[in-house]
Design a protein around this ligand. Structure first.
Ligand code: PLP
Length: 405
């Protein structure tokens, strides 16, 4: 919409756009969008594009979950529901966290959200004030810093190295803590690295938490089911028994059950914080789609065979991708052990991932995500949630591209 500005005499002096808020102006558009928009454009022009940029499962949602939502729709579950979520689903999530994750949880300590994303957004909005700082281990999922800034907080990044498998340096993390540090983000298995944090590392973070009473922790466990053989998922809050009121768990149905479009996630933690986040939700989006929540309930109550089968399939393809990457000279990669990504460091002649990805797309038709989007400009993110043929083709194109540098 355009507003027209007029002088007192009524003469038109200039058209002007409505001013955007400082908040909107500070928001960085996703770096990844440029690459994916260009990839789509090239595809539409009939070019041969190979994309390893997907951030979502390539499976359809399991049939029994779809049927449960269809039934709910048929049964007339089409009205507003409680803003905090369907009570049965909240109870089922609480039960899951208690039994599977070792985090004793009541239904009143769970908020059902529009995806894991809204769980994180709501949590930041109700915990953070301007002047607060969020500690984010890098590489990180790209929405964390933007959401922290949207809540008025600043960001303190804790770097890690590809040749150390992106292991969190807990000593460096502790040295980074300042009086204004309020919230630490943990993400395991991690996006973009595919790294699964190990018990000793998590225990070291729990110890650190006990030494810094002002600090809270958000643990994003959305990839919990996507683990390589021999890996175990450990929920941060399960280790922090005495500090549980300072731990928040984010999770959702998108990755494990292939339900990205359903927009279903949850936040769990201290009841007062959950109440505040529910109040925020009641004034913004209200309840998550009523019949979709019935699908999520069916997912939780159903057999986990479908989740295990999908995870096994990613494992085979993740191995193919990381084996292929490690064979390329100059690439630094410790095998990812979770999620469906690999985040290799490119040969040292390349240190501008955006430029590399732009050229890869234009010159060899390979769409991959620049590491700059995740806080490491020497890396790129590749997804294995595509066919084996696409992985093979992508690796070949990557080799061709790297020869040009
Ligand atoms: N957390 C991480 C680490 C993610 O990668 C994603 C999605 O890509 C999310 C949270 C949000 O997932 P959802 O689709 O449930 O909002």
């Amino acid at each position: 919409m355009r507003y027209l500005e007029r002088t007192w005499g009524g003469a038109l002096i200039m058209p002007r756009l409505p001013a955007l808020s400082d908040r909107a102006q500070a928001l960085k558009p996703s770096l990844t969008l440029e690459i994916s928009a260009r990839a789509k454009e090239l595809l539409q022009q009939g070019q041969d594009i190979c994309s390893l940029s997907a951030g979502e499962p390539d499976f359809d949602t399991p049939e029994f979950i779809v049927e449960a939502a269809q039934k709910a729709l048929g049964d007339g579950l089409t009205r507003y529901g409680p803003a905090a979520g369907d009570p049965d689903l909240r109870a089922a999530v609480a039960e899951k966290l208690t039994v599977e994750n070792g985090i004793p949880t009541k239904a009143s300590e769970v908020l059902i959200t529009n995806g894991g994303k809204q769980a994180i957004y709501n949590l930041f909005q109700v915990l953070l004030n301007p002047g607060d700082e969020v500690l984010i281990p890098a590489p990180y999922w790209l929405s964390y810093p933007e959401m922290a800034r949207l809540a008025g907080a600043s960001v303190n990044l804790i770097p890690s190295q590809a040749d150390e498998g992106f292991r969190l340096d807990v000593d460096a993390l502790e040295r980074s803590i300042r009086p204004q540090s309020r919230l630490l983000i943990i993400n395991t298995p991690g996006n973009p690295t595919g790294r699964v944090m190990q018990r000793d590392e998590l225990e070291a973070v729990v110890d650190l938490l006990s030494r810094h009473p002002q600090l809270l922790v958000m643990s994003d466990e959305i990839y919990e089911f996507l683990l390589a053989e021999g890996q175990t998922h450990i929920s941060f809050a399960s280790l922090a028994e005495d500090l549980r009121s300072r731990c928040f768990t984010v999770n959702g149905f998108a990755k494990g059950w292939a339900m990205t479009g359903w927009r279903l996630g949850y936040l769990a933690g201290d009841e007062q914080v959950i109440k505040a986040a529910a109040a925020l939700q009641s004034q913004s989006t209200s309840n998550v789609c009523s019949f979709a929540q019935r699908g999520a309930l069916a997912a939780l109550n159903g057999s986990r065979d479908c989740v295990r089968d999908m995870a096994a399939s990613y494992n085979r393809r993740r191995r193919m991708l990381s084996d292929g990457l490690r064979e390329i000279e100059g690439i630094v990669l410790e095998d990812p052990t979770g999620a469906f990504y690999a985040f290799p460091q490119l040969p040292t002649s390349i240190n501008d991932s955006m430029d590399f990805c732009r050229r890869a797309l234009e010159e060899v038709g390979l769409a991959v995500v620049p590491g700059a989007a995740f806080g490491d400009d020497r890396c790129i993110r590749l997804s294995c949630a595509v066919s084996r043929e696409t992985i093979g083709d992508g690796l070949q194109r990557l080799r061709t591209m790297l020869h040009r540098f």
